[in-house]
Design a protein around this ligand. Structure first.
Ligand SMILES: Cc1ncc(C[n+]2csc(CCOP(=O)(O)OP(=O)(O)O)c2C)c(N)n1
Ligand SMILES: [Mg+2]
Length: 397
């Protein structure tokens, strides 16, 4: 087991993990109360992997993650008030309330999101690292991804370019044993994920993601290799999420005993105990860390509650597709006649505007019936409702 760092560092690591834990417990509670909308993916249990990683990064380094990143932003230094406000959809949020839980973003802290598309952050990570390389900067990009994301096409494509262009990148796989309800053994042919990028020339190692110090040391070495030797590497950190995949997860894919077994290894409890036993921290400091976390999270909820919702007439702001690209439909090249999108300069801004206005009208009428896209002709992919029901019925059988 690696040695403990100095008392100040231990205190800081414990404080960060405790704050994130408390924040997420509260986020879950606020979600139940419908204060936070959209989806909510909690990383409770994964704090050592998160904080171990961020704690050795420099301010200039970039971090990019998945849709389970409230803690990553806070660990990077984003004010919990801004993260909670984002969950609440308020103007005080990191994206003015427009991103929500899956899209936390803080450019100042070089926390580059927050992505709902599994594996979608990987090519962006390569782009960030390429920009550092191009500008001759020292920054390293840390790309955190799930075990499930290692199966996407983006994984192979990104590994190839990262190795080929010798990008200053560190990949950190948060292996929490499941992609939604599918275990690693069922979703990945190669279950040793640390070896999955080997063929591209990216070596990997496996570490205990429940041990904040182990993570910290492995990441420090990965950062050094990326920064000094321009050598991308991969770390597979074994961790566990104590809650469901998202707020709506019946958890039929794992046994209660398994969850309990991992709870015995709680990364925060274990670290606090170790620090106290080693005489590096006192019980009083551990209690103080908890109290401070409680205070900050209570303040975050109050701030989020007081932050206003975005004004209705700001609805068109940041919709760059309307003004700049002039449309959002791809051109179909397979046949010569005009398709949706080819006349978008003229047509789409108006169509987009109408859509937005319909949305605004709906937002102003909470009691009214919800517009049905199937009737307005925009959601035909699922087929007729009866057909969808038949398919569901067949699946049940
Ligand atoms: C490209 C894509 N495919 C499928 C989904 C649906 N989806 C959302 S989360 C998820 C599981 C991903 O698991 P993992 O990468 O292990 O991350 P974890 O949720 O465990 O943190 C899936 C399949 C998606 N969002 N994007
Ligand atoms: Mg996973």
């Amino acid at each position: 087991m690696p040695d403990l760092p100095d008392a100040g560092t231990c205190y800081e690591l414990l404080a960060r993990m405790t704050l994130i834990r408390r924040f997420e417990e509260e986020a879950g509670r606020q979600y139940q109360r419908a204060k936070a909308g959209g989806f909510l993916h909690l990383a409770i249990g994964e704090e050592a992997t998160i904080v171990g990683t961020t704690s050795t990064m420099r301010d200039e380094d970039y971090l990019i993650g998945t849709y389970r990143t409230h803690g990553h932003a806070i660990a990077r230094g984003t004010d919990p008030e801004r993260v909670m406000s984002e969950l609440f959809g308020r103007v005080g949020g990191t994206s003015g309330g427009r991103g929500g839980s899956m899209h936390i973003f803080d450019r100042e802290k070089r926390f580059m999101g927050g992505y709902g598309i599994v594996g979608g952050n990987l090519p962006i990570a390569a782009g960030l690292a390429l920009s550092s390389e191009y500008k001759g900067e020292d920054a390293v990009t840390v790309c955190m991804l799930g075990d499930g994301a290692s199966n996407t096409g983006n994984f192979g494509e990104t590994m190839n370019l990262a190795a080929l262009w010798k990008l200053p990148l560190l990949f950190l796989v948060e292996n929490n044993l499941y992609g939604m309800g599918t275990s690693v053994e069922r979703h990945s042919a190669q279950t040793d994920l640390s070896r999955k990028a080997e063929g591209y020339g990216i070596p990997g190692k496996r570490i205990d993601g429940m041990d904040v110090i182990a993570v910290r040391e492995a990441v420090a070495e990965g950062l050094r290799e990326a920064r000094e030797e321009r050598r991308p590497t991969l770390i597979e950190a074994f961790t566990y999420r104590y809650r469901g995949h998202s707020a709506a997860d019946p958890e039929v894919y794992r046994e209660r005993e398994e969850v309990e077994e991992w709870q015995q290894k709680d990364p925060i409890e274990a670290f606090a105990r170790r620090c106290v036993e080693a005489g590096v921290l006192g019980e009083r400091e551990v209690a103080e860390v908890r109290e401070k976390a409680e205070e900050r999270v209570t303040a975050a909820v109050a701030a989020a509650d007081q932050s206003p919702e975005p004004a209705l007439d700001s609805l068109y702001e940041n919709l760059y597709v309307v003004d700049e690209a002039g449309g959002w439909y791809a051109v179909d090249e397979r046949s010569p006649e005009p398709h949706r999108g080819e006349r978008e300069e003229e047509e789409m801004p108006q169509a987009a505007r109408e859509l937005a206005e319909a949305g605004a009208a709906y937002a102003g009428q909470p009691d009214g019936p919800r517009p049905n896209p199937a009737e307005s002709g925009d959601a035909q992919e699922g087929g007729e409702p009866e057909v969808a029901e038949e398919v569901e019925e067949a699946e049940r059988r």
